[in-house]
Design a protein around this ligand. Structure first.
Ligand SMILES: [Zn+2]
Ligand SMILES: [Zn+2]
Length: 347
């Protein structure tokens, strides 16, 4: 079968690889129909994280189930599903606690399309067939009348944006929210959308990226163009979504005393200065950590089905499956690759 593969930094090609097979009765094989590019994917393909040889790309998408193990309940062949980008079993102690990003049965960062991070190849969604080792835990059904392109990013970035604000707005209903976007492309926009949907009193969007500001405004947030020097005011809930020490410092200074600062960034590439004295003095509560995809899917899918979250509003570019190798490395806030109904799988 064909698999979009990063063979060396900034080199992305279709490669023929062995088709995965069911290896247990709780597994599924799925055929991806739409795949979105995650905010980390450009960094992965650029070689920022050293890889152990070629690796598969793509970890957000909507797929169709093509094979199921005998032990899988509640899913059917032909059904469309969103597949968690993280591999998680659903039954270990961490999964039972909702911490599915850190499943006890797998090494840390066991994700699709991220071999450079985990060292293990689980396959990528830009392929004809993907193996899902824990089908019931990792698949969330999608209604057949929903366009797979609209939900392509739900496996990861949409969930990430949602969890950045949902628990904090639940604790402080109607609170005002600031999203600080300094490098991450789509997660902060999904966070803004979620904050509005969840009833934030006001959602401001600070960025130096005019295209991101325009989308944020369309979503219903107030755009704040900034060079990240000095925030205009403070907020009880601030989301830090970026890459630069300047942006992080701005986000901290924009957080109310006793406020919440939620970080959704990995901050790759060395130590990032953190003014612990300021956080201590003002009682700013700093949250970081990865989204727990499988645990979040059952919470987020109903919001999408009800039309309260509309991930498609963030998508800026949709390309055909055949065009993935070139498009995957080109700039876009949210790229989605869609499989043409007429594209034949080369199994
Ligand atoms: Zn991702
Ligand atoms: Zn587990």
């Amino acid at each position: 079968m064909r698999q979009l593969t990063c063979t060396e930094p900034n080199t992305i090609v279709w490669q023929d690889v062995p088709e995965p097979r069911l290896q247990g009765d709780g597994e599924a094989l799925v055929r991806p129909l739409s795949v979105a590019r995650c905010d980390i994917d450009l960094f992965l393909a650029s070689g920022l994280f050293p890889s152990r040889g070629p690796f598969a790309l793509g970890h957000e998408g909507v797929s169709e189930i093509v094979a199921l193990g005998d032990g899988v309940r509640g899913l059917e062949i032909g059904q469309r599903v969103v597949v968690s980008f993280q591999i998680s079993c659903g039954t270990c102690r961490s999964c039972a606690a909702g911490h599915t990003a850190n499943c006890d049965r797998y090494p840390v960062l066991s994700d699709y399309g991220m071999q450079p991070l985990s060292g293990t190849e689980y396959g990528g969604m830009l392929s004809d067939v993907l193996r899902v080792p824990h089908a019931q835990a990792m698949c969330a059904p999608v209604r057949s009348d929903v366009d797979p392109v609209a939900l392509a990013s739900v496996s990861d970035n949409v969930l990430d944006g949602y969890r950045a604000v949902a628990p904090h707005l639940s604790a402080q209903p109607g609170a005002e929210v600031l999203i600080v976007c300094h490098g991450l492309k789509s997660v902060p926009l999904y966070a803004a959308q979620a904050a509005i949907a969840l009833g934030a009193g006001r959602v401001d969007y600070a960025s130096d990226d005019d295209e991101a500001l325009a989308i944020a405004e369309r979503l219903g947030a107030r755009p704040l163009r900034t060079d990240f020097e000095k925030p205009e005011r403070r907020y009880p809930i601030v989301v830090d979504a970026g890459l630069t020490p300047n942006g992080l410092r701005y986000a901290i200074r924009a957080t109310d005393p006793e406020g919440i600062l939620q970080c959704v960034s990995f901050y790759a590439g060395g130590d990032t200065p953190m003014p612990l004295g300021r956080l201590y003095t003002f009682g700013i509560r700093f949250f970081t950590g990865r989204a727990h995809a499988a645990a979040l899917l059952p919470e987020v899918m109903p919001l999408i089905a009800a039309g309260r979250l509309r991930p498609a509003d963030v998508t800026t570019r949709v390309v055909d499956w055949e065009d993935a190798p070139a498009a995957w490395a080109e700039p876009a806030i949210k790229l989605v690759v869609r499989r043409d109904h007429t594209t034949r799988s080369t199994r």
